[in-house]
Write a protein that binds this ligand. Structure first.
Ligand code: GYE
Length: 307
C-alpha cells in the first residue's frame, strides 16, 4: 500500500472516473435540458466530465472522440447527430480499449458490440402517439384533412422514427393527406421559415401541423399567427418533447397535444458509467418511460417542468 496517492487518485484510494461526453449541439430547449442534466448528474456522482459541444456537426463529434481517446478517459458517451457513419470512430475507441455509451439518438452500425448500451427514447412510439392523438381528435371531422410535417434533422434517429411511427399510424385512415413534409433541423427559426412557405403554398388547406419537436412548433405558431390563422383552432398542432414553453402554449390553446420525450438522461448515464466501471454487464438498450400531454393535462404538468 503506497503512502502517496498516484496522480488522479483521491485519498480514499478510489480513483475518480473520467467521462468524455460529445453532445451534438444546442439546437433546442430539449437539448439544453439534456446537457444540463448530464452536467448536474456528473457533479452529483463525483464523475469528472469533459463536455464537448459539436454544433450539429458529425465531424466535430469525431474530433471530440479523438480528443477523449488521447486524454485516455475511462468512458466515452456520444449523443450522435445522425445515425450513419459511426463505424470508423467507434473502431478507434475500441482499439484504445475505451467503452462507448450512446445517449439519446441511435447509431446504425454493422456490429452492435461497438458500443455498450443505448440510453434513450422510443422515437417510433412517439410518432405513433402523435398519430393516434390525431385520429381521435379528428374522429368527427370529415375529410380530407391536409397535414404538413416539420421534420427534424435529416438522417437523425428521432426524425426518421417519429416520421415513420406517425405515417404508419395514419395509414388506413384515408381522410388524412400529407400535403408536404420538410426538414427544419429541430430549430425554432427554421420551424417558422418552413411553416411560412407551407402557408404560402397551401394556405387554409392546412388542417394539421405535425412538428417533430416543440421548438419547431413554436416557430411555426409565429408564422401561422402572422398569416392570420389561429394555431390550435384553424390548424390542429401536435409536437414532441414536452418543454415548459410548449406546455404554456398548450394552456394558451395554441398547441393541441405534445408527446413527451424525456431529456433528463444524466442520472441514467452516470449509473451506467459506474456499473460499467464496476465490471457489470448492462442491457443493450435503456428506454425512458414517457407519456402524452394534452390540453387537459398541460395545466397540471407545467409546474413540474424544469426545462
Ligand atoms: O426531440 C429535439 C432535439 O434527439 C430526442 O433532438 C432528441 C431531439 C429532441 O433537438 O428537440
Amino acid at each position: 500500500v503506497g503512502t502517496v496517492p498516484a496522480e488522479g487518485q483521491l485519498t480514499t484510494g478510489k480513483r475518480q472516473i473520467v467521462l468524455g461526453f460529445s453532445q451534438l449541439g444546442t439546437e433546442s430547449d430539449w437539448r439544453n435540458a439534456n446537457s444540463q442534466s448530464v452536467k448536474e448528474a456528473a457533479e452529483e456522482a463525483g464523475i469528472e466530465l469533459i463536455f464537448e459541444n459539436a454544433e450539429q456537426s458529425q465531424k466535430k463529434q469525431f474530433e471530440a472522440v479523438r480528443g477523449f481517446i488521447s486524454r485516455k478517459v475511462d468512458v466515452i458517451a456520444i449523443a450522435p447527430v445522425v445515425q450513419s457513419g459511426w463505424d470508423p470512430i467507434l473502431d478507434e475507441a475500441q482499439q484504445a480499449g475505451i467503452p462507448v455509451i450512446i445517449v439519446d439518438r441511435a447509431v446504425d452500425v454493422e456490429d452492435a458490440s461497438k458500443y455498450v448500451t443505448l440510453i434513450g427514447s422510443d422515437f417510433y412510439e412517439e410518432g405513433e402517439k402523435a398519430g393516434k392523438f390525431l385520429v381521435d381528435k379528428m374522429a368527427g371531422t370529415e375529410g380530407p384533412v391536409g397535414i404538413v410535417e416539420l421534420k427534424g434533422t435529416a438522417g437523425s434517429t428521432p426524425s426518421i422514427d417519429r416520421g415513420r411511427g406517425f405515417a404508419d399510424t395514419l395509414q388506413g385512415h384515408a381522410k388524412f393527406k400529407v400535403l408536404q413534409s420538410e426538414y427544419a433541423d429541430f430549430t425554432h427559426e427554421q420551424g417558422r421559415e418552413v411553416m411560412k412557405s407551407f402557408l404560402q403554398e397551401f394556405g387554409d388547406g392546412i388542417g394539421v401541423l405535425y412538428a417533430h419537436n416543440d421548438d419547431m412548433a413554436l416557430g411555426a405558431i409565429e408564422a401561422i399567427e402572422a398569416y392570420g390563422l389561429k394555431p390550435g383552432k384553424d390548424i390542429v398542432i401536435t409536437s414532441v418533447d414536452g418543454t415548459r414553453r410548449a406546455l404554456e402554449s398548450m394552456i394558451a390553446g395554441k398547441i393541441n397535444a405534445v408527446v413527451e420525450c424525456n431529456p433528463l438522461l444524466g442520472p441514467n448515464l452516470m449509473q451506467a458509467v459506474n456499473e460499467l466501471m464496476e465490471g457489470r454487464t448492462l442491457p443493450k438498450k435503456i428506454v425512458t418511460p414517457e407519456s402524452v400531454f394534452t390540453e387537459v393535462t398541460a395545466e397540471l404538468e407545467v409546474n413540474n417542468r424544469k426545462y
